[in-house]
Design a protein around this ligand. Structure first.
Ligand code: HEC
Ligand code: HEC
Ligand code: HEC
Length: 483
């Protein structure tokens, strides 16, 4: 009986489908999305609360990018761990370039990160679809016009909840756990369950959903190009990682508000156990420690283990003669000042992790805003914006169309378009409150063309020095319609 009533209610829509109207609403009806979702703007057969399996479409919630919607529609579990929503892969076609791209990656992806840069192979053979690198994103499943219409329709109903990125820094109430090695293991398990759909099982940015994000792909977390930091260095603080995970980074990288502090810390420690940042920088063993170095801080209990046979590769032990030895796949090597530890020493060799004291990057003090947003302040900010030539990339109106925008390249040689502020708060990945914006332009976004203005700012003359960063942030906020 209920079914029959539902069908009657849908009759006009079903007729529209028969007549070939491919607007999003029609596809939504035909694909029976309404069986699990209530749509706030449009009336579909009313589903009793108890049977409504999916969230209300259009209820205030997270902002999602079109890329996220496509990836989710194609395979919901890749973006939403454990989702009950059925996949709609039938609304996509296979990419005719897929085989060529795979063959090309096999032949030229020398470092195995799923990306071929111009340094790895100068001739892209037409496989790059325009962003300056070749990756599986160049062979992503092709959405049908119906899939695109459906995503437009669903996205149009979205009401981003007061942008999570605008919330004051979501800081932990507890500090990181002491059992760092086991915490990193727990973090890895949580990562595999929640993050690997986008970031890949090896955390190298090559999850099954990754091809849907050609322009801002899920980060290769092994490489360690962290954009959102409050440090002078390219490495983030633990707190930066915590904040990124808790509140997400823009409409493609989800927020994880339901994770406990302990869970987020586990993830932070897992990400740190990948340690690429320190490796690509200056990871040398020095007895004395010091910047960029690691210091052996604990004398081991393994001293009498003469063979080291049961220690895994990556472990460190003291040899019979009192010298420190590092065990790698081929045997043992004395640790001397300047020995460069292999990357896998950190991935497999948690013993090493326990034995070293980490280098903590230098934080950049970012004060609390001294005054709130005002038009007058934003007006002064325009002068600072001009003086610092933000417009060369972001354009005077903030549309991301400055003269230098087309040449803006990330550190893989890929095109990274300057942010179009006018799209609003939800597109600010590092946060859209004044303090976050100040942090963004003081630190810059590592790995992208967005430079750090920490030193440049000292010479600013168009506004009084202590006010200038806030004036500039307010101008950016005005461009973005944030008050
Ligand atoms: C069997 C029930 C079911 C059906 C049918 C279904 N969904 Fe879902 N949908 C879910 C569940 C459960 C979630 C929450 C988990 C997730 O994000 O995948 C969800 C989440 C979503 C979201 C994300 C909402 C948000 O803000 O997080 C969108 C958008 C969505 N569905 C669109 C669709 C569309 C379009 C269709 C039709 C092609 C559809 N759904 C069909 C169950 C369903
Ligand atoms: C729906 C896909 C998706 C999922 C799921 C996802 N991420 Fe991401 N993540 C992204 C994208 C896309 C970016 C790049 C954002 C950008 O820079 O534009 C990113 C960036 C990041 C960054 C880089 C931050 C920086 O400072 O540069 C970290 C850290 C991160 N994600 C951690 C996680 C963790 C931990 C999880 C699981 C709890 C997770 N992500 C789940 C898509 C995802
Ligand atoms: C050389 C080009 C360039 C210049 C100059 C530049 N930017 Fe950017 N900016 C970028 C790029 C590229 C991005 C996008 C990075 C990304 O999406 O990962 C960006 C992103 C941003 C964002 C968004 C960050 C977020 O949270 O998503 C803000 C805010 C910003 N820039 C402010 C400024 C300000 C203010 C100035 C001047 C003081 C400036 N930029 C100068 C290239 C530039």
């Amino acid at each position: 009986m209920v079914r029959a009533v539902l069908l009657l209610a849908l009759l006009p829509l079903l007729l529209a489908v028969a007549q070939g109207g491919a607007d999003g609403r029609t596809v939504y009806a035909r694909e029976a999305c309404w069986q699990c979702h209530v749509h706030v703007r449009d009336a579909f057969p009313q589903i009793p609360d108890a049977r409504r399996a999916g969230p209300v479409i259009g209820a205030p919630g997270p902002a999602r990018s079109p890329e996220w919607h496509l990836a989710h529609l194609y395979a919901p579990r890749t973006t939403s761990p454990g989702s009950e929503m059925p996949a709609s892969a039938h609304l996509f076609a296979g990419n005719p370039r897929a085989a060529d791209v795979e063959a090309f990656l096999l032949a030229h992806d020398k470092d195995g990160d799923g990306v071929v840069t111009r340094t790895e192979c100068a001739d892209f053979r037409g496989l790059d679809t325009g962003n300056g690198i070749v990756s599986r994103a160049d062979a992503a499943p092709v959405p049908s016009p119906e899939a695109l219409a459906l995503v437009r329709y669903v996205a149009a109903a979205e009401q981003p909840a007061a942008a999570p990125a605008a919330a004051p820094d979501a800081m932990p109430r507890t500090g990181p756990p002491d059992d760092r090695a086991t915490a990193a293991d727990r973090g890895r398990a949580l990562f595999l369950a929640s993050c690997a759909g986008c970031h890949g099982e090896r955390a190298d940015g090559n999850g099954p959903a990754a091809p849907f994000f050609p322009d801002h792909p899920p980060r290769n977390l092994v490489r360690g190009d962290y954009k959102f930091r409050s440090t002078k260095d390219a490495a983030p603080l633990d707190e930066d990682l915590f904040r990124t995970i808790r509140r997400g980074a823009g409409p493609s990288m989800p927020a994880w508000p339901h994770f406990s502090d302990a869970q987020v810390w586990d993830l932070v420690l897992y990400l740190k156990s990948l340690h690429p940042y320190f490796l690509t920088q200056e990871l040398f063993v020095t007895e004395t420690g010091g910047r960029g170095g690691v210091r052996i801080v604990q004398e081991g209990a393994d001293t009498d283990d003469a063979s080291g046979a049961d220690l895994p590769p990556g472990a460190v032990r003291k040899g019979p003669d009192g010298r420190w030895l590092w065990i790698d796949a081929s045997g043992e090597r004395p640790i001397e000042d300047g020995l460069r530890l292999g990357r896998y020493a950190f991935r497999l060799g948690r013993p090493v992790y326990d034995w070293m004291e980490e280098f903590r990057p230098e934080p950049l003090e970012i004060p609390e805003p001294p005054f709130p947003y005002s038009e007058e302040s934003a007006e002064k900010g325009l002068r600072v914006y001009r003086e610092l030539q933000c417009a060369s990339c972001h354009g005077l109106e903030g549309k991301g169309d400055g003269a230098a925008a087309a040449d803006a390249r990330g550190n893989l040689g890929e095109i990274v378009l300057p942010t179009d502020y006018t799209r609003g708060a939800r597109w600010f990945k590092g946060g859209s409150d004044a303090r976050s914006i100040v942090r963004t332009f003081l630190t810059g976004l590592h790995g992208t063309p967005m430079p750090s203005f920490a030193t440049t700012f000292r010479g600013v003359t168009s506004a009084p020095a202590p006010e200038a960063p806030w004036n500039l942030a307010h101008y950016v906020m005005r461009q973005a319609g944030i008050r």
